[in-house]
Design a protein. Structure first.
Lengths: 302, 257
């Protein structure tokens, strides 16, 4: 689950006339419950995964788990995950940007926009299992569209195999939640475009094309690229929809981790799930790091 | 004019793409025998005891998780703004960390931890609260952070302190009422997130709404699809309400500025 990051607030201002906080050590006690909680339920499990990736079943240091990632099915899963995430990120970003534009060029606080934003929030962040069932009801074996095409036009959607439960199906369903995420991330950037810029371009004799080519496009480009990274990370870490849709085989990394957790691993490879987890964290971390970099670099234009 | 045509085209095509599955869910879940319509799948929701129990568990989890995350975050974040600005970066980092650690990875590390949790607290689904409070941290953090940024916390707190209020009073009677819209926002997001959560619950073997829906789908797709549609609509209503809460907050900020 990935949500857009807001730009960090810069420049902390100390309270005037107050001494250094360190003087009153009881002040630190207030933060202790939070730190203990987050330490136990967030930091500890994370460290467990990251460290476990480098341990054999007896706890000794080994690189065996990571070496195994470079082999056969695991490498395949990573490649497929990256491919699926990149493809749906691109589709989602382009279509989502179009939808955002269509919504902003209408009335600003209108019902359409409100509905699109709320609907996007639901599908982007809280979809999960229901989305899998939505597509089963639509293009599943007994789905509405499947039946309609079969009864009216004699077209068999599944002539090419059970595509809905394989990568093409995942691509379709992922795009369904990537577009809404793009809307959530990209709308604020579009709102940042001032009408004065458009008027300036128009009054200087510019066409719609020159405006988007020389003003709108360059200003939106960093946001667009940032959103692309965010969408990639989002698809890469998604699990629920894929798990509900694909019950046989593990084409992508999150499903490989399911396999590792539910005991589909060889003896002596109990920590393989952790190595897969480490791999996911690295990929998502790189994408989110680049995203943060873009945000910081171009925050002043938004 | 061309712009208007393109705009309607985009809206129509994407509108169909997004509404068709929802319509199909409604159609599928009202199918009866031999091409008739029936509400059997929908009444099946209430008559399935396990499902009702799972729904109740999820609703309770939504309440406990949003409560825990608010109780954890509000005093900490207010206190850090008032007295420990040095810690702000660390707390922000910790709160946003779950974005970079996918839930499917987190659950790998949580599995051994939950062996201990169930040893001490039993295996009620409510113990998932611990994991869910972590999952909703980033969302709650951002909402509360925005709320705290919108008020002059230092002046308010100093005024209250100089009138003899204790820190507890400052928190409960100054901070909380002033950021109430942010708190409502944070809770609505948490509730929606917890009701939709599947990854952690299913891999730690707890029976929550989404886990039950997924399981049920294997033998009775109609009921699963009905519940799915219902939960999507419910989340939509929550977020739709949220859009009004957020707006009111912006208005007050504008008035103050």
């Amino acid at each position: 689950m990935v949500a857009p990051a807001t730009t960090p607030v810069r420049g902390e201002v100390e309270a005037p006339g107050r001494g250094p906080a360190a003087k009153s050590w009881p002040a630190w006690l207030v933060v202790v419950p939070f730190l203990l909680y987050v330490g136990t339920f967030l930091v500890y499990p994370t460290v467990l995964v990251l460290a476990g990736a480098f341990q054999d079943p007896n706890g000794a240091f080994t690189l065996e788990n990571l070496v195994a990632l470079g082999r056969g099915a695991y490498l395949q899963a990573f490649l497929r995950s990256v491919e699926l995430s990149a493809l749906t990120a691109l589709l989602g970003a382009v279509l989502g940007a179009l939808l955002s534009w269509a919504v902003t060029s209408g009335k600003s606080e209108g019902l359409l926009r409100r509905v699109v934003v709320a609907g996007s929030g639901v599908l982007a962040q809280f979809g999960g299992v229901p989305l899998a069932f939505a597509f089963l009801a639509t293009v599943g074996f007994q789905g509405f569209v499947t039946r309609f095409l079969r009864d009216r036009f004699g077209i068999d959607l599944f002539a090419g195999g059970a595509w809905l439960f394989e990568l093409p199906g995942l691509t379709l369903v992922y795009t369904f939640f990537q577009i809404p995420l793009m809307v959530i991330v990209f709308l604020p950037a579009l709102d940042g475009l001032r009408p004065q810029w458009r008027e300036a371009a128009d009054s200087l004799g510019g066409t719609s094309w020159t405006y988007w080519r020389h003003v709108g496009g360059p200003i939106l480009l960093p946001s667009f690229l940032g959103a692309l990274l965010l969408l990639f990370a989002n698809a890469f870490s998604a699990y629920a929809t894929a798990a509900a849709l694909v019950s046989q085989g593990s084409p992508i990394v999150p499903l490989q981790i399911r396999g590792a957790l539910t005991g589909e691993v060889l003896l002596g490879q109990e920590n393989l799930g952790k190595a897969l987890g480490l791999g996911m964290v690295v990929v998502v971390g790189v994408a989110m790091g680049l995203y943060a970099l873009l945000q910081r670099r171009f925050a002043r234009w938004q | 004019m061309a712009v208007r045509v393109v705009r309607s085209l985009v809206l129509t095509l994407l509108g169909v793409f997004f509404l068709l599955p929802l319509f199909a869910m409604a159609e599928f879940s009202t199918r009866g025998a031999n091409g008739t319509r029936s509400l059997e799948s929908w009444s099946g929701i209430v008559s399935d005891r396990d499902l009702v129990e799972a729904i109740l568990a999820s609703v309770q989890l939504a309440a406990t998780s949003s409560l825990v995350v608010l109780v954890l975050l509000v005093p900490t974040m207010a206190w850090i703004r008032l007295r420990l600005p040095k810690l702000r970066r660390l707390v922000e980092f910790l709160c946003l960390l779950p974005i970079t650690i996918p839930a499917i990875v987190l659950v790998v590390g949580m599995a051994p931890l939950y062996a201990w949790v169930s040893y001490f607290l039993g295996d009620s689904p409510l113990t998932l609260t611990f994991a869910y409070a972590v999952l909703v941290l980033p969302f709650a953090y951002r909402a509360i952070d925005a709320g705290l940024s919108a008020i002059d916390l230092k002046t308010l707190a100093e005024a209250a302190r100089s009138l003899g209020a204790s820190w507890g009073t400052v928190l409960l009677r100054i901070v909380v009422p002033n950021i109430r819209t942010a708190l409502i926002g944070a809770s609505l997001l948490s509730v929606a997130l917890v009701l939709g959560e599947f990854t952690i619950a299913s891999l730690l073997n707890f029976d929550t709404l989404q886990v039950r829906v997924n399981l049920l789908g294997k033998r009775n797709a109609g009921v699963s699809i009905a519940v799915s549609l219902l939960s999507l609509l419910f989340a939509f209503v929550l977020l739709f309400l949220l859009s009004f809460v957020g707006r009111r907050r912006r208005d007050t900020v504008a008035e103050e500025g």
